[in-house]
Write a protein that binds this ligand. Structure first.
Ligand code: PXL
Length: 289
């Protein structure tokens, strides 16, 4: 029988400072009526864009926690992985997906590893190669433009045509995932930022664009994929879920921008979370041919 409250296994880090990973995943999924079961990959004093970060990677504990979940016969309506604390964890997550796989389940891999053309400080070229193996297991992946370039071994440039992004989506879909979403695609000389979605079964592309604001907040990718995934779990179509996710982030950036504030803390989620408590209000997606 269908659960009254659907449940997702979230394989992400817990960072004490800065709204990334589990700190934003919990409030977003809870507001959207979905229970989060957290499998922490690492505990950090802050996310990695602060200097002097202290990181505890939880490889051994993950293996023990997963064994406990198996003994409890846990099952999940969706699985969602993000920031991983070590290269070894990529194999742990691959095995987790195999062990907990169900036919009617959504497996989301956000290949968190890079932004603005550069790998995050804790990531190496070897992890990029392993991440290419992890996305094969996913139904849906949500790389930003930089991560898509790393996954494909392509050169990153912040000037890229929509045609080329569509081609990247097709190549990524050949690796296994049915849904590819590439975010942070600059348009109109950087005046707009687009997110492109491709659904391999129906061979359709969608795009949602918003005005670009000159600010960058860590964790927006985690919040984006959380809203997108929760909306799909609630029954939204892919383009409507994309629309909700893009517009939620845009609202969060606008609510934050203009405050005298350290951008490393992330968007002020608490000021906009309530807008997620209800069905879609407006929509602006375009179908690409
Ligand atoms: O949202 C990306 C992210 C997640 N987790 C940690 C990070 C970052 C980005 O900097 O450092 C620990």
């Amino acid at each position: 029988m269908k659960r009254p409250v659907p449940r997702i296994a979230a394989i992400h880090d817990l960072s004490g400072i800065g709204r990334v990973s589990l700190s934003s995943i919990f409030p977003i999924f809870s507001t959207m009526g979905i229970q989060v079961c957290a499998l922490p990959t690492a505990v950090l004093s802050s996310h990695t864009q602060y200097p002097g970060v202290k990181l505890l990677s939880l490889d051994d504990q993950m293996i023990e926690f997963i064994a406990h979940w198996k003994a409890l016969n846990m099952d999940f309506d969706a699985i969602y992985s993000g920031y991983l604390g070590s290269i070894h964890q990529i194999d742990i997550v691959r095995d987790f997906i195999d062990d907990f796989k169900r036919d009617d389940q959504l497996v989301v891999v956000d290949p968190v590893m890079a932004d603005n053309g550069e790998l995050y400080t804790t990531f190496t070229d070897e992890m990029v190669i392993e991440m290419r193996r992890l996305i094969e297991k996913a139904d849906m992946i949500t790389p930003n433009l930089t991560e898509a370039a790393f996954l494909l071994g392509e050169e990153y440039s912040d000037i890229i045509s929509i045609e080329k992004v569509k081609q990247w989506c097709l190549t990524l879909a050949e690796k296994g995932p049915e849904i590819i979403i590439i975010t942070s695609v600059p348009e109109e000389n950087g005046k707009k930022a687009a997110s492109i979605a491709y659904h391999a079964r129906t061979k359709r592309f969608w795009k949602v664009s918003v005005d670009y604001l000159p600010a960058s907040y860590p964790g927006t990718g985690d919040a984006f994929t959380s809203v997108l995934t929760a909306a799909i779990m609630q029954g939204d179509s892919l383009p409507i879920a994309l629309d909700r996710a893009v517009n939620f982030i845009s609202l969060g950036v606008r609510a934050t921008f203009g405050h005298d504030y350290d951008p490393r803390e992330g968007i002020m989620l608490e000021r906009v979370l309530h807008t997620l408590d209800g069905p879609v209000q407006s929509s602006s997606y375009q179908i690409l041919d």
